[in-house]
Each structure stands twice: as C-alpha cells, then as structure tokens.
Design a protein around this ligand. Structure first.
Ligand code: FES
Length: 276
C-alpha cells in the first residue's frame, strides 16, 4: 500500500506542468466534482489550493495538475513518483452546481484549468446533457488533456493563440462561434482570471448561466482566516467555503486580480532563495 500522500504516478504534461496521482484516501473517498484540496510540499511550506481533475475512491488516489508558478508549485512539480507531499487536506469547498438542461452545457479549460473542468463535465454528461468542451492554449504543443476531454465531451473545440491548432484566438473565440450555432445554457470556465472574466463578459448580455472557479490565495481553506475573500454581487464571500464556483456575472474580477498580486515581492524573494 502506498504511504500517505505518496505520489503513486507522475506525468510531465508540458514544461513546468505535471499531473500527479496522489494517495490521499479520505479525500478520494469523499470528493465531489468542483471541490479542491490544499496541500503542502514541506512542513514549513505554504499551503496551496489545487483543483481536482479526477479521483479513484477504490485506489484512494486523487488526480491533480500543478503548474510551476511560484516557489511552492515549482517545488511540487519537481517531485517524483514515490515522493510524498507533506499533507493533503480535502475535499474542500462546495461541489459544482449541475442540472439537466434543454440546451448545451459548455466547459472551458484554460491551461491547467482543463483538468479541473473534467469532473463537472462528467457530471453534466451523466445527467443527459450535451456537453461541449473548449480548451485554450498558447499553441498546439501546450494543449492539455485533449484526448481525455474528447472522451468526456460530445464535442471539443481547441483554441490556440497562434492558430497552430483549431480556432485561432482565445477560448472566447471558440465560445462565440458555438453560441451562434447552439443554445448554450450553462458554462463553467476554469483558468487564468482574465480568461474567466472574458468568458463572463461574453455570456452576460445573453444571460447564460456562467460559473467560474476562483483561484484565490488560501490558507486554512475552511472559511476561518479570510485570506481568500472575494466580492461577489457586492458581498464578501470566502472562495474556499462559499466557492470555489461563483456566478461569473457577479464576481469582482479586478479586486481578485489585485489580491492575487499582494505577495508578489515575497514570492520573488522566495523564488530567488530556491534558485540559490
Ligand atoms: Fe481562509 Fe478561505 S482560505 S477563509
């Protein structure tokens, strides 16, 4: 049997991004689509929230994708099969709202967010919906999990900024084309904040129900510390406790982007120390 929080499998996806299967049986047993975990790489390390892209309750593993963005995520991506995370807490947050629609459901993954939309996509599909996946990447080489996305969704639209595969442009270009052809009634977007904001701006005039999974800075993950506070519909919410999914048309994205930059200086110093 694997050790607690052991990496039982690791796959390098693209430079700086890796997929891990981690032995975390309690999290795997109770996980629901849209929920997340918080992990630490080392005993004195920071706690980082990570979306779940799948789980296996029998094997006791959760599947996560980590992108090396700061010191902790860089250390995490450097771990190998057989290494252990310090700890994994979860499942955290509320599960994604799913429902049976008359029209089309769309899941949009930007970069690492493609993994996160997979469980909600499966849940929407299981309810009998037509589910279209939209994947965004800078170029063909950076498109993630396309094969798996095609297995989950009825149709997949790949968008690349440089036009090397699929629609040239952003995920919003793929979504615009789809909305002209189909009655899109439900959208979930996970990825960089500007991408989620752009998706919300596109669906708002047509009043398409749109959810985004907010990647706020987190500490405890249980609504106690206030680190992850976001403003939604003019009210303060905790992304870890009330989210991570929120109505894209109500989120104050400008504030979220500012809060995400709060520790840029400390992060820079921490990265420099890691490289020493
Ligand atoms: Fe502390 Fe959400 S992480 S309140």
């Amino acid at each position: 049997m694997p050790k607690l929080y052991e990496i039982v499998e690791k796959q390098d996806l693209v430079p700086g991004m890796a997929l891990f299967h981690v032995y975390a049986p309690m999290a795997a047993k109770n996980m629901k689509p849209g929920q997340f975990i918080i992990l630490r790489v080392s005993a004195n390390g920071e706690r980082i929230p990570i979306s779940i892209s799948g789980w296996d309750a029998e094997k006791g593993t959760v599947r996560i994708i980590i992108m090396a963005a700061g010191r902790t995520s860089t250390e995490a991506v450097a771990l190998k099969q057989g290494d252990c995370f310090q700890d994994v807490v979860g499942p955290l947050g509320e599960e994604t709202h799913v429902e049976k629609l008359k029209g089309t459901a769309v899941v949009i993954g930007g970069g690492y967010g493609t993994g996160a939309v997979m469980p909600p996509a499966r849940a929407m599909k299981a309810m009998g919906n037509r589910v279209v996946g939209i994947i965004g990447a800078r170029s063909k080489d950076l498109v993630l999990l396309e094969k798996e996305m095609r297995e989950v969704c009825d149709e997949v639209i790949v968008c690349t900024n440089d036009g090397s595969q699929g629609v040239k442009g952003f995920v919003t270009d793929g979504l615009a084309g789809l909305m002209e052809k189909e009655d899109v009634q439900w959208v979930l977007a996970v990825g960089p904040v500007p991408m989620m904001q752009a998706v919300g701006n596109m669906t708002k005039p047509k009043k398409v129900k749109t959810f985004v999974s907010l990647n706020a800075i987190m500490v405890d993950g249980t609504g106690m510390c206030g680190a992850c506070r976001v403003t939604v519909g003019g009210k303060t919410k905790f992304a870890c406790f009330h989210g991570p999914d929120f109505d894209a048309h109500e989120v104050n994205f400008e504030e979220l982007m500012l809060r995400q930059k709060m520790f840029v200086t400390q992060e820079k110093i921490a990265m420099e120390k890691l490289q020493e």
